[in-house]
Write a protein that binds this ligand. Sequence first.
Ligand SMILES: Nc1nc2c(ncn2[C@@H]2O[C@H](COP(=O)(O)OP(=O)(O)OP(=O)(O)O)[C@@H](O)[C@H]2O)c(=O)[nH]1
Ligand SMILES: [Mg+2]
Length: 448
Amino acid sequence: MSSLWPPLPPKNESEEDKAARLAAEKEAKRISDEIDRALEQEKQELRKHRPQTKILLLGQAESGKSTMIKNFQLYFCPSSFHAEREAWRAVIHLNLVRFVNYLLYVLSNTASGSGGKRGDPNRDYRMFQMRLAPLKQVELSLTRCFSSENSPVTSPTDDKPTLHTSPAQEVTVRGGMGWKSFIRRGRSQSRVQSNSSELESTRRILDACKNDIVALWKSPAIRALEQEGVDLHHHSRYFLENAERVADINYTPTPDDILRARLRTVGVEEYRMTMETAAEKGAEWVFYDVGGQRSQRASWASYFEDVNAMIFLCPMSSFNQRLSEDRSVNRLYDSMELWQTVCRSKLLSKATFILLLNKADLLRSKLRAGIKFSDYVIDYGRDEPNTTEAVANYLRKEMMDIHRVCSPRKRQLHVHMTCAIDPTLMAAVLNSIRDVILVDILHQTTLL
Ligand SMILES: Nc1nc2c(ncn2[C@@H]2O[C@H](COP(=O)(O)OP(=O)(O)OP(=O)(O)O)[C@@H](O)[C@H]2O)c(=O)[nH]1
Ligand SMILES: [Mg+2]
C-alpha cells in the first residue's frame, strides 16, 4: 500500500470523480489545519501556565555574573539582545573614555614626576592631553545621561559626576533593566531630547578624537608606562584596542563588544526573559543578578528561596589579585570562602547547583606569561604543572570537595570551565545548563 498523501488519483478518473476527490482532499486539509491550530493553541496555553524558571547568579565582584546573563539572552532570546544594542553603546563609550582619561591622568603624574628625563614620551603626553581634552566633557556628559533624574545608574562613591582617575571607579547600574530604556528614551519628555542630543554630540566628539585615541594607545608614552610596571590589563583595554571602530560615528556594538562592556551591579537585578528558541519558546526564565562586592552580599539571602537553580561563578584568573574592597584579601580565597557559605545554605538546599570556573582565557594568559599559581596558592605544590588544565583540575577538585563537605544534603554539582566573553565556546555550556535545569525541574515536579 502506498504511504503517499494525498494518494495518487485513480487511472481514468472522470471529471466528476476528480471534482469530488479534490473537494474531499480540501476538506481533509481544512480539518487537519484546524487540529494543528488547536494543538498549537493548547501548547501556548500550557506554556502560559507553566511555572517560571528562577535562576540565581552568585559570585564575587567581576566574576562574570552579568556577562553570563548577557550570554543567556544572546543565545536564548536573540531578538531582545539585539534590540538593546543601542543602549549598550553609551556604556561602551563610557568604558572607553574613562580608560583614556585614566591613562592621561596616569601620564600626567608620571610625566610631571619624571621631569624632562623621558624626552619624547613627555612631549607626546602634552600633545595628547591637549588634543584629547574634549573627552573629559564626553565622560561628564555620558555620566550625566546615566545619573540624571531618579538615577537608575550612579557611581556609589560619587553623588555628582566627577572625572575618574582610577580604572576601579566603574560604571554602575542599580535596580533592574530600566536603565536600557532610560538611556534610549529618557525618563521624561524633557529628558528625551536632552539625552539624545547629548549622546549624539558625545558620538561626534569621539569620532573627531578617534585618530588621537588610536595614536595615544600606540604611543611610546604608553609603552613606557607598561615598561615601568603600570598595570594596563583592564577590561576596557579591549575597547581601546578597538578604538578606531568603537569611536567611529557609525559604530553599532557587536555581541562580542556587549559581552565585554562592564557595568557594575549594585543591589539585585531581576531579568525576565521569554525564551525564543524552539524547544522552550514562550517560557519565561527569571534571572536574579546580584552585586558581588562584600557590602552587597547581605541582600542576597532574601532571593535564595524558591530558586530552581543557582549558578556560582569563580574567576580562576583572580589567583594573583586582591579584593578592591579589602586589599589584604586574595580574590581566589575570597571566592572559595563565599562558595562554602553558599553550599551551606539550607534555603538553597533543593536548588540545582552549577559551578562555572570562569575567565579560563585570562588564567591561560597569566600562566603562559610565567606567573606561577603556586606562588599565590600555598596548597598547590611547587612541582605541580603551571598549566591551565592542571590548575583548573585542582580548582575543580577543591570546589567539589567544599561542596561535598558543606552541603546540608547530598546533591549533584555540575561544573564547567568557561570563558564568558566567547559566545561560540559558551553555546555548549548554555545548552547543557538549560538541559540540566529542565531535567531537575521535571524531577522536582514529579516528586512533589
Ligand atoms: N577575559 C574575560 N573577561 C571576562 C570573562 N567573564 C567576564 N569577563 C569580563 O569581566 C568584567 C566583569 O564581568 P561582570 O559580568 O560585569 O562581573 P559581575 O560578576 O557581574 O560583577 P559585579 O556586578 O561587580 O558583581 C566584564 O568586563 C566582562 O566582560 C571571561 O571569561 N574572560
Ligand atoms: Mg554584575
